[in-house]
Design a protein around this ligand. Structure first.
Ligand SMILES: [Ca+2]
Ligand SMILES: [Ca+2]
Length: 95
């Protein structure tokens, strides 16, 4: 597999790992999202321990407001964060 394909497979795998913990195994509940944020993105999102921050992230990710985060909504977050990281590295490289 190419690196990009590997990254895609890892995203799917990571999402399934957390989505399968409770309830619907195709979507993330708020508790599942919190665990994913803490374990996988803790260093990027720092404040994922803060309940209000988790609530805010959950609400903003849940685009169709069905009170769960599906894979599409999750990938939206990952792509936004990836764009932010890319900009950050691009800017640091210019200095
Ligand atoms: Ca679930
Ligand atoms: Ca949703």
């Amino acid at each position: 597999m190419s690196d990009v394909q590997k990254a895609m497979a890892l995203l799917i795998e990571s999402f399934s790992k957390y989505a399968g913990k409770e309830g619907d195994n195709l979507t993330l509940s708020k508790a599942e999202l919190k665990e994913l944020l803490q374990n996988e993105l803790g260093d990027l999102l720092g404040k994922a321990n803060d309940k209000a921050a988790v609530d805010r992230i959950f609400t903003s990710l849940d685009a169709n407001q069905d009170n769960s985060v599906d894979f599409k909504e999750f990938v939206n977050m990952v792509s936004c964060l990836t764009v932010m990281c890319h900009q950050y590295f691009h800017q640091s490289a210019k200095k």
